[in-house]
Design a protein around this ligand. Sequence first.
Ligand code: IPE
Ligand code: IPE
Ligand code: MG
Length: 253
Amino acid sequence: MRYRKPTPHPSGAKPPKIKADALPRHVAIVMDGNGRWAKQRGMARTKGHEAGEKALFDVVEGALEIGLKEVSVYAFSTENWRRSPEEVRFLMNFNREVIRKRRDEMHERGIKVRWVGRRQKLWASVVKELEEAERLTRRNTAMTLNMCINYGGRAEIVDATRALALDVAKRRIKPDAVTEKLFRKYLDEPKMNDVDLFFRSSGEQRTSNFLMWQSAYAEMVFMDVLWPDVDRLTLWKAIEIYAERERRFGGAE
Ligand code: IPE
Ligand code: IPE
Ligand code: MG
């Protein structure tokens, strides 16, 4: 399949040369710092979210250029409903419009878009747009982009547990058969790879409930840059840091 090449970075920068086996297969990104970016400029928080759109799509192009196979972005958490009704409403409308607007360019570049998150409470119009994008891009193979909207790690684990408990109650599964491998099948996106690199912008050093199960052995990279100021160069830097890390998975030399 021939896909459209990613647009180069405005500076003409090319991705650093990293050996294929040192590249993370799955990068999880907490896109944080939009509100602070706007505040620094005396603007409304929502202006920061708007400015974050460009950052996201530059990062997506950089991910394609360097050869990532899977990227997950945290766009709205199960805890973000705690924000003001105005900000929640803005984020719902904004997410829907961004997906609609960017769907075709993602499709042309061979990106498979998947929605990861809870249906409950999420606006039906947002779900509809996400499902439309999933349908359109389902056969693409260049890279998978998991759009995590109304996502929470604990919610995902609890929902999986409930579905599994139901199967046990119905005697479809014996309690003894419950293993990590089986449990994973009940997660929102069973095909998702474990997270290799967990990246968060804005300087905060916490996971905020993102991909808890999948990030058990992720390498954490936190950078002191607000999300609207992030671009593919930031992603490449995080990948270079990752490539220098020694991963052990509990083993020893
Ligand atoms: C991240 O930026 C975007 C979402 C959570 C939707 P924030 O809105 O959290 O920005 P800060 O952390 O307040 O600066
Ligand atoms: C995490 O950022 C959620 C997203 C980026 C969507 P938050 O800004 O909501 O997280 P906290 O409140 O700082 O932990
Ligand atoms: Mg934040």
